[in-house]
Design a protein around this ligand. Sequence first.
Ligand SMILES: *Cc1c(COP(=O)(O)O)cnc(C)c1O
Length: 386
Amino acid sequence: MKIEFFRHSLDTAAIEAATEGLRKTFLTLSEANRQFESEFATYLNVRHAVTTNSCTAALQLSLQLLDINASDVVITTPLSFVATASSILLAGGNVTFVDVDAATGLIDLDLVEAAITARTRAIVPVHLYGQMADMRRLRAIADRAGIAVVEDAAHAVEAERDGVRPGQLGATAAFSFQATKSLTCGEGGALVTNSDAIAARARRLRNLGVDRTAAERYGGMYRPWDMVELGGKFSMTDFQAAMLLPQLKSVEVRRARRAAIWRRYTDAFAGTVATPSVCGADNHSASHLFTIWVRPEVRGAILGELAEAGIGVGVHYQPIHLTRFFRERFGYRDGAFPHAERIGASTISLPCYPALRDDDVDYVIETVLDAVAAHPAAGEAAVVGR
Ligand SMILES: *Cc1c(COP(=O)(O)O)cnc(C)c1O
C-alpha cells in the first residue's frame, strides 16, 4: 500500500506517557483517569467526563442510565457504524431507524419528529464524518416530547455547530478512542455530561455497580465497599488515560491539518465529484472522514482502481439495517431507508489524517479524478436527490 487509509499520530510524548503509566502502582481507574476526565471535560466545556473502554460502552451506559426496558424505543440513524444501533439493543431497548438527509447524511430531524411515539425514550444522533447534527433543533424536539438525546460523537471531538459542542445539549455524548479516531489509546471511550447525577451513576455503572474503585478501596486504609446496582465492566486502564493526555493538548493542531487536507480535496473535486454538504455558516466540522459519492453502478470498479493504485479507502457506511443480523432479526429489506442506502452504495472514504503529505493528497486526487473520468458520469449521478 502506497498510502494507507489511516495511520495514527502517536508521538514520543504519548508513548512515553503510556510507558510511565505502566510503572505506577495502580494500573486502572486511578490518577491518570481522573486527570484525563478533568481535562477532557474542560476541553469540551462540559461539567463531567467519564472514561470507558469504548464508545460502544459509553453509548450503552448512557442508555442504561435512562433505565431503558424492553418496551422502550430509541430512534437513531441507519447510516453509522453498527455500534450505534447495537448499543441500544445491548442496553435492552428497541431500535427505530429513520432515514438521513440526502445532502449531509445526518439523521433527518423532520423524520425524527414524526417517528416519536409514547414508547420513545431517547434519540441517538450521529455527528457523521465530523459534522454535528443540528443540536439546538434536536434538543427542542426532544424537550417537547420529554425524551433524552444521547449523542454519538465518535467522529466529533473537535466539532462545534451554532456555538454548541458535543455533550452541551445532549443528556450525554459518547466518544471513541479506538485506533482510527482522532484521540486514540487503541481501544477506549468516554461519555460527557453536564449532569452531576448522570456522571456519578455512570462512574458506578462502568464498574459493576460498585460504589468505590479499587484505587479508592486500597489507597491508604482499607475502606468497605458495596455493590448498589447491576453494572457492567467498562473501565479504562490508567496507562491508556495517560497516553490520551498529551494527545489532547495537540488535538487542535491535528484537526487543523485534517481541515487543510479536506479543503485540498474539496477544491480539487468541486464540480466533478460529489461530496456530502456541510450546512450552515456557524458549523465547524471535526473533519474526521472525507467521503466522496460516485454512481453505485461504478463504485466497485473505482474501489478496485484505487486499490490498484495503492490507495487505502473505506466505506462509511454500509447501512446498519441491511447487515445480516438486522435483516434476519428485524426483517429489514432493501428500500427501507432510500437516502441512507443510496449514500451507502455510493460512498468512498479517502485517506484524511495528519501524517499525509500534500503530495500524498495530490496523488489521491489525481487517481480519483482519473478513475471518475474513466466511468461515464461517475461523479455527477451520485448526487442524491438531484
Ligand atoms: C468508532 C465508532 C463507534 C464505536 O466506537 P468504539 O470505541 O469502537 O466502540 C461508534 N459510532 C461511530 C460513528 C464510530 O465511528
